[in-house]
Write a protein that binds this ligand. Structure first.
Ligand code: ZN
Length: 285
């Protein structure tokens, strides 16, 4: 799905520099994109990676080389997943205390032991050369915030839209119906570009958003067809639909399939029954 090598530090615009989190992997692709945003000596830092020790020297290099400063300003976090928030503690330890803001997710945030400033939808964050507005985009995670960069009509999308491939809708805190609603709302922003949480930047946001929405609709049609063809369990559906996907990704695929089924169930288009072994079987209308 990924297999791409990207530079550790790249300038993507006069006010946006990306620093890779040094955490490549099956679900993180070339690693998390952490962003320095702004033109002055106190750039905002979005999603400081997963906590890889090799990330901090790169961040310092980017600050010095691209912004001529030696520390970031306040920290913004798109959502609570470890590859986005895991590096915050290291940044605070290295550069000293600064404000860290994210939308609260009680029960999830606590494990990181951070003092967090709550973000509400519509909140605005300013630094020299950049104005960011928080947009709540649940679906991949309950607490997910995208940051709209007014000066560029650009959006930092975290895991809602990726530079390559599609995002997982996890059972824990994910919701396919809300995810599709979030994508539809992002279309209304008429974006000029997308800075994703992983992978290269997206120069044609509307096309990408349409592609993402169509992809989910296609999956839904495939799921309905699979159930009608007798694949009544999530496992059978994954085997049938994800034939070209590496098996190591099937468990994650199963979560996305189940998210689709739960959406269909809410829409009264799918019914679930449990057999004697406790396995769920699905029927569609
Ligand atoms: Zn995530």
């Amino acid at each position: 799905m990924w297999g791409m090598q990207l530079p550790d530090i790249e300038r993507w615009s006069p006010r946006v520099v990306v620093v890779r989190g040094q955490n490549p992997g099956l679900f993180t692709g070339p690693g998390t994109n952490s962003y320095l945003v702004g033109t002055g000596a106190r750039p905002l830092l979005i999603d400081p990676g997963a906590g890889q020790p090799s990330y901090l020297p790169l961040l310092e290099q980017a600050l010095a080389r691209e912004l001529g400063c030696d520390a970031p300003g306040d920290v913004l976090v798109t959502h609570v997943h470890a590859d986005h928030i895991g590096g915050v503690a290291d940044v605070l330890a290295r550069f000293g205390p600064r404000r860290v803001s994210k939308m609260p997710w009680p029960g999830k945030d606590e494990r990181y032991g951070l003092e967090l400033e709550p973000i509400r939808a519509g909140d605005v964050f300013r630094t020299e050369g950049a104005t960011l507005r928080a947009i709540h985009t649940p679906g991949h995670a309950e607490d997910h915030i995208c940051f709209y960069l007014e000066e560029e009509r650009a959006l930092f999308t975290g895991d809602v839209v990726l530079g390559a491939g599609t995002t997982v809708i996890p059972l824990d805190g994910g919701d396919m119906g809300l995810y599709l609603e979030s994508l539809a709302r992002l279309l209304e922003l008429e974006l000029a570009r997308i800075y994703p949480g992983h992978g290269p930047f997206i120069a044609e946001p509307a096309a990408k958003l349409h592609e993402y929405i169509e992809h989910r609709h296609e999956r839904e049609r495939q799921i309905v067809a699979a159930v009608r063809a007798g694949a009544t369990t999530v496992e059978r559906m994954v085997e049938r639909i994800y034939v070209d996907t590496p098996r190591s990704l099937w468990p994650a695929a199963g979560q996305s399939v189940l998210s689709h089924l739960l959406k269909l169930e809410r829409e009264h288009r799918a019914l679930r029954s449990r057999d004697v072994d406790g396995e769920d079987h699905w029927a569609v209308s």
